[in-house]
Design a binder for this molecule. Structure first.
Ligand code: UD1
Ligand code: UDP
Length: 369
C-alpha cells in the first residue's frame, strides 16, 4: 500500500460523468491507485442518474448548482471548494475531463497547489474562442497547465503538438465515451414507450449550447417543426436540457405537435438505447456526435463549426448550421436520399475501440511509478 498513488477524479456535468465513470471504474480495479471522486455538482439532476448507472458514489460533492447559475458562480465556487479538498487529500494527481467550467476551475486550483493535472479528452479545438463558448477557452487553458494529455484522436494530438506540447506528454487513447456505450446500450429501456414503432423513422434531437441560445435555437426549432408537420412516419424525440432559457423556447415552438415528443432529459441508459435504434441524429452536443458515430447513426450537427472534424472526414457527420433553411434542407435530404443516408451510416468510427480507459490507466501507472 505504501506505493499507492492518490488520484482525484473530478466530475461536474453530464458529459464529464458519462466519460469519466468508465475510467474511474478502471482505475479502481487496479491496486496501484486510491481514487477519490469529487463531484462539483455543476449539474445535479443530469448527473445523479449517471452515477447510479455506473454505480459510482462520489467521495465529495460540492453541490454548487443553482438555478440560473452563471460562469462566475461556477468558476469561483468550484475553485474554492476544490482548494479545500486538494489541501485535505494531498493527491498525487488530479484527473479532469474535457472543457467544462468544472474541469477548468479544478485544473486551475490544482495548478495553484502545484498538483499534476491529467487531462482526459485533450486537444479538441475549433480555434474560435467563442465557439463553443466558453469551452474552447476552458480546454485550451487546461492544455497549458496539464502534465499529461490524453488525446482521443490523432487530430487532437496534432493540435496539441502544434501548440508546442511535448510529444512525450501526449497519448492517443480513443474516447472514453465509447467505453461507456459498452455498459449502457445493452438491456431493456426503462421506458418501453420510447422504443420506435415498426416503420417509424425516429429523429433524435438534442440542443443546449450557450452560443446557440437565441436566434440560432429558434432557427433550429423552426426547421424541426416544419419537418414534423410535413412528414408522416417521422417522429422527433427531444429530451430537453434543463436550462430554462432553452426549455421556454422549445416548449413555445415545438409543443402541441403530434409527432414531436418533448421530454425531460433521459437517463443515459435510455438515451443510448434510443440513439442505437433511431434513424438520424440532430445535435449541437459533442458527446452525442461521438456516440452516434460509434453506433452508425448519421448526424447533422446544429452548429457552423465542430471540434470533431474526424467525424466529418470519415463521412458520418455533416454540419447543418443553425438557420431554419439549412437545417430543414439537411434533414429532408437525409430522409429522401437513401444513398447518402447509407453512405453516412457505414462511415468508420474514428473515436476508438471502447478501450480508452484501459489505455489511460496503463499510462498513468507508468507515469506514477
Ligand atoms: C455545461 C458545460 C457544457 C456541456 C454541458 C453539458 C460549461 C461552461 N458548460 O453547459 O460544456 O456541454 O454542460 O450538458 O461548463 N441546470 C439544471 N439542472 C441540471 C443542470 C443544469 O437546472 O441538472 C440548469 C442550470 O441551473 C443553469 C443551466 O441549466 O441554469 C445551464 O447549466 P450550466 O451548468 O451553467 O451549463 P450547461 O449549459 O449545462
Ligand atoms: N445524454 C443523456 N440524456 C439525454 C441527452 C444526452 O444521457 O437526454 C447524454 C449523451 O448520451 C451524451 C451526453 O449526454 O453522452 C452529452 O451531454 P451534452 O450534450 O449535455 O454535453 P456535450 O457532450 O455537448 O458536452
Amino acid at each position: 500500500m505504501e506505493n499507492t498513488k492518490k488520484i482525484i477524479a473530478v466530475i461536474g456535468t453530464r458529459p464529464d460523468g458519462i466519460k469519466m465513470c468508465p475510467l474511474i471504474k478502471e482505475l479502481k480495479s487496479r491496486g496501484e491507485f486510491k481514487v477519490t471522486v469529487c463531484a462539483t455538482g455543476q449539474h445535479r439532476d443530469l448527473l445523479d442518474d449517471i452515477l447510479e448507472t455506473f454505480e459510482i458514489t462520489p467521495d465529495y460533492d460540492l453541490g454548487i448548482m443553482r438555478e440560473g447559475q452563471d460562469l462566475f458562480d461556477i468558476t469561483t465556487e468550484v475553485m474554492l471548494g476544490m482548494r479545500n479538498i486538494f489541501l485535505a487529500e494531498k493527491p498525487d494527481g488530479v484527473l479532469v475531463h474535457g472543457d467544462t467550467t468544472s474541469a477548468f476551475a479544478s485544473a486551475l486550483a490544482a495548478f495553484y497547489l502545484k498538483i499534476p493535472v491529467f487531462h482526459v479528452e485533450a486537444g479538441l479545438r475549433t480555434y474560435d474562442i467563442y465557439s463553443p463558448y466558453p469551452e474552447e477557452f476552458n480546454r485550451r487553458a487546461i492544455g497549458v497547465l496539464a502534465q499529461k494529455h490524453f488525446a482521443p484522436t490523432e487530430r487532437a494530438e496534432s493540435n496539441l503538438l502544434s501548440e508546442g506540447i511535448d510529444r512525450n506528454d501526449i497519448s492517443v487513447t480513443g474516447n472514453t465515451v465509447i467505453d461507456a456505450l459498452r455498459t449502457t446500450v445493452s438491456g431493456e429501456y426503462s421506458r418501453p414507450a420510447l422504443r420506435p414503432a415498426r416503420g417509424e423513422r425516429v429523429i433524435l434531437l438534442t440542443a443546449h449550447r450557450r452560443e446557440n441560445c437565441g436566434e440560432a435555437m429558434r432557427g433550429i426549432f423552426a426547421a424541426v417543426r416544419r419537418v414534423a408537420e410535413e412528414r408522416d412516419g417521422v417522429k422527433i424525440i427531444y429530451p430537453m436540457h434543463p436550462n430554462p432559457a432553452i426549455r421556454k423556447v422549445a416548449e413555445n415552438m415545438l409543443g402541441g405537435c403530434g409527432n414531436i415528443c418533448l421530454c425531460e432529459p433521459l437517463g443515459v441508459g435510455d438515451f443510448h438505447k434510443i440513439l442505437s435504434a433511431c434513424y438520424l441524429v440532430l445535435t449541437d452536443s459533442g458527446g452525442v456526435q461521438e456516440e452516434a458515430a460509434a453506433l452508425g447513426k448519421p448526424v447533422l450537427v446544429l452548429r457552423n463549426t465542430t471540434e470533431r472534424a474526424e467525424g466529418i472526414q470519415s463521412g458520418g457527420i455533416r454540419l447543418a448550421g443553425t438557420s431554419s433553411v439549412s437545417v430543414y434542407r439537411g434533414i429532408t435530404r437525409l430522409l429522401d436520399d437513401r444513398a447518402l443516408y447509407y453512405a453516412m451510416s457505414v462511415a468508420k468510427n474514428p473515436y476508438g475501440d471502447g478501450r480508452a480507459s484501459e489505455k489511460i490507466v496503463d499510462i498513468l501507472e507508468q507515469f506514477c511509478s
